[in-house]
Structures are given as C-alpha cells and as structure tokens.
Design a binder for this molecule. Structure first.
Ligand SMILES: *Cc1c(COP(=O)(O)O)cnc(C)c1O
Length: 463
C-alpha cells in the first residue's frame, strides 16, 4: 500500500515522523535555564513558579492564555546590555519586540534608550515617561503626521530610510523651525540569520538605502545640504536571531568605508554609527546565544579596528536589541484542551490560544519548547505538536516537542521565550481576545496589559 494513498495512515511504529526534534530529553521535568526566564523554578510539589508565584495561582487569578513576564529578569538583561556597552555607547531597546508603559519605565530606570517605528509606539514611549531625546524613530514609510509628532516631541533621532524621506523630514523640521538630528539607514549587502550570513547583493528589500552604486553616498550628500537636518550618523540593521558575529563584521567594515568616503568628500567625520539589533536568543536547548558582554566586546573591537585602519576617530556606537532583552523573560501559559493521538505520527495537543497570541511559528517556522508546568510527571515522553484553537490548519504553536504521555485536559503547559514578537504581533483572528501581560516580581503579580474583552471587540464594531 503506498503511503500517498493514505497520507495520514499509520506508519511503522519505530519510524519517527519528520520534524525538527532531537531525542527526548532525559527528564521532562527539568527546565533548561537557557530557555526559561531567570526566576522560573519547579517547586517541591512539581508545579512551576515564576517570581516566586505558582503557575496554578497565576492561572486562577489571571486566566489562560496569558503571558507572564519576569520583571527581575527583564531588568537584569537590560542592565547587562547597558553595562556591557558602557558610557561610550547607547543601547536602544527595539520597542516593536514588546512595548508597554511598564516596560518603558523599566528601561528608563535601567538607563536604556528606546526605538519606535510608529506613532502608536512613540505615544506609548512618551506616555511611559521615556525622555524624547532618548527615543529613535524608525520606519520605511513614516507619515507626515508621524514625522511631525516625532519632531515636535523632540525625539533624539529620526532614522531616514529613503530619498523622499530626507526631503520630507527636512521640510517638516524646517517649517517647525527645528533642526532634527538624523541618521541614514543603509543596506550593506549582508543579510544575517541565525548561524549564517549571506554576503550577496541583499539590497533587495524595502528598508534602507543601498551602499551599492553610490546611493548611500548620494543620500548623505543631500542630507548634508538641508538646513532642517543634522546628520549624526549611519545606521545598519542586518537581520534577526543572529548568533554568528561575522555578518556584523562585514557590515561594520562597509559602514566605516562610507564614513571614510564622507570624510574624504565633505571633510566631516560623522560622530555615530548604529549597528542595529538582531541578536539571537535560545528558543530551544539547541540554541547557544552570546552574552551581552561578548557581543559588546566583539562589536566595539570590530568598529575601532575598522576606524583605525581608515584613520577615523571611532564614532559612538549604538545597538538596538529587542528580542535579546525581552524574548527570554516571558512565557505563555496555556490550558490543555483536546488531545488527539494520531498513531504512528504524533499527538496533537490543543491549547486555549494559538496563532492569535503567537504567530511566529506559522509566519517564520519558528521553533519553540514547551513544558508541563502545573505538575511534575514521570510518564514516558510522547511526541506532540501543540496547536491552537483557530480555524486554520497552520495554527501551530510548537511544531515538534515532547510532553509526558499522561498529559490530560486541564493541565497547564507553558511555552518559554515568548517575550518578543508574540504579544506585539497578536491578532484578533476568530475574534480571539488578546491575552494579558502580567509582570511577576518578588512574590507579586500585576497586570501590565489587560486581557481584551468582548466589549473591546464590540466597541470597535460601530454597527
Ligand atoms: C527589528 C529591529 C530591531 C530589533 O531586532 P531584534 O531581532 O528584536 O533584536 C532593531 N533595529 C531595527 C532597525 C529593527 O528593524
């Protein structure tokens, strides 16, 4: 009997189905500290705690699905980045990873700056108390309203992304009687993802102005002529979830090459260089991210080496980590619903959320881990796929993972490392109510973004 005639039929029992998984871990009760927030532990009773609070208590108090963020861990990671880069550099947290007013306050208190890329993010940043001069405004298609809002509020820099924007920002700044500090975002022909970077002509993207063909040099020429602009530096962002520093090496080399050309042509040494974000985190035990101090050391050395070679004063460096700060600090807590074993394939475990609270698996084929957290279990590992409750077969939260075979409806499971790009990309698909974000710290849990309600849904629907 051919397999194609019975695609979902049973397969030989000892042939594991396709997937990205290694052998099951020796003990499913052990939580790998690489992928879980710092204060997460499994208590004597088998239940998991974060910030000293039991997940069963959290589920009772706040419901599921919900995101729980470890405030102490967030602050510690923010501080580690700040300390690693020191006083001669700036760390801009990329707000698009996850932004709320509580987070803005933590960042401010820990001495970080903030990147925003929309009027909504800017409003949240200002409302959370971030001083405007520590905010950078990004985006490839900022509206005139957004540019005006940014300049009027006094943002520290606007990152220019196109020739049209150079003129537009200059014009608006001029008409407001301001001189706006700006950087120009360039594409350096490097695209980095995870363990590889591709040094091809990767200018084929919507962001930035290509170095290739002298376009970036022309953008600089124009920006330097406009009264409304104070050009302070060059910006480059090469990718996401990067572990290998060699992509940054190539990027820094090329950006410094531009700084040198600018010095030679205009007699100006631009004082800043921004190397963007994109540093990777551990989603599963197979990932080995670098520590902030290693990243800081590598980037600082690369830039000063390149500048020495070009006989340039080393500019002030800034970086923009989003995921690397917030990603590891949160997990999503779900309640297990239906469990569907497909013999010879895997067991589908449905949870009370899904692609509406974590689109990354469907969108990027992202990998995640999962653990049973409401109790410990000594049952055998079973291969599972954790899926959501949406009307879409691509609604997968964790593609391949192992959970104990005695898993039952009502158990709580948690997916770690969901702090970045989960709540911020959450949707109302199927009119799902977007889950709350709860900060846990020192035995106390506090809602920082509340759960949506059906009233919220109906309020937008004006009938
Ligand atoms: C998305 C983005 C970042 C942050 O990326 P992470 O992968 O979250 O570190 C930083 N800078 C720019 C310009 C971005 O677009």
């Amino acid at each position: 009997m051919s397999r194609s005639a019975h695609p979902a039929g049973p397969r030989h029992a000892d042939v594991l189905p396709e997937g990205h998984y290694s052998a099951p871990p020796a003990d499913l009760n052990v939580l790998d500290p690489k992928v879980w927030a710092q204060t997460v532990t499994r208590g004597e009773d088998g239940a998991v705690r974060v910030g000293g609070v039991d997940v069963k208590t959290l589920a009772e108090q706040f419901g599921t699905p919900a995101y729980f963020i470890d405030e102490a861990d967030f602050r510690a990671r923010a501080r580690a980045w700040r300390t690693a880069f020191g006083a001669d550099a700036d760390v801009f947290y990329a707000g698009k990873a996850f932004l709320s007013r509580a987070v803005v306050r933590w960042l401010h208190e820990e001495g970080l700056n903030l990147d925003v890329c929309s009027g909504g993010e800017l409003t949240t940043a200002l409302s959370g108390g971030m001083p405007a001069d520590r905010i950078a405004f990004h985006g490839n298609n900022k509206s005139a309203e957004e540019i005006t809002q940014a300049i009027e509020s006094g943002v520290g820099r606007i990152v220019l992304d196109s020739f049209q924007e150079i003129v537009r920002v200059a014009h608006i700044a001029h008409s407001l009687g301001r001189r706006q500090r700006v950087q120009i975002r360039v594409t350096v022909g490097v695209e980095a993802h995870t363990h590889e970077f591709i040094a091809t002509a990767h200018e084929d993207q919507k962001f930035g102005i290509p170095l290739a063909g002298g376009q970036a040099a022309e953008a600089v020429r124009r920006a330097l002529q406009l009264d409304g602009l104070e050009l302070i530096g060059i910006h480059s962002h090469i990718g996401s979830q990067i572990f290998d520093m060699s992509g940054f090496e190539v990027a820094a080399h090329r950006v410094v090459g531009l700084l040198k050309d600018i010095r030679d042509e205009h007699g100006v040494e631009l004082p800043e260089i921004d190397l963007g974000g994109g540093l990777g985190i551990a989603y599963t035990s197979d990932d080995d991210p670098r520590e902030p101090h290693e990243i800081a050391k590598a980037l600082t050395e690369i830039v000063s080496r390149e500048c020495d070679a070009a006989r340039l004063r080393t500019p002030r460096i800034s970086v923009e980590p989003g995921r690397a700060i917030v990603g590891p600090t949160a997990f999503t807590l779900y309640e297990v619903g239906t469990i569907k074993p497909l013999e010879g394939l895997r067991t589908y475990v449905s949870v009370d959320g899904g692609m509406s609270d974590n689109i990354r698996t469907a969108l990027y084929d992202a990998e995640y881990s999962v653990a049973l957290v409401s109790r410990a279990s000594d049952a055998e590992p079973m291969l599972v796929r954790v899926v959501g409750k949406h009307c879409e077969s691509g609604d997968i939260v964790v593609r391949d993972a192992f959970l104990p075979a005695d898993l039952a409806p009502g158990d709580l499971i948690a997916v770690p490392a969901t702090g970045a790009y989960c709540r911020s990309m959450a949707s109302n698909y199927n009119h799902a109510l977007r889950p709350p974000v709860v900060a846990v710290n020192d035995g106390e849990a506090r809602v920082i973004v509340r759960r949506e309600t059906e009233d919220d849904l109906l309020r937008l629907d004006v009938g």
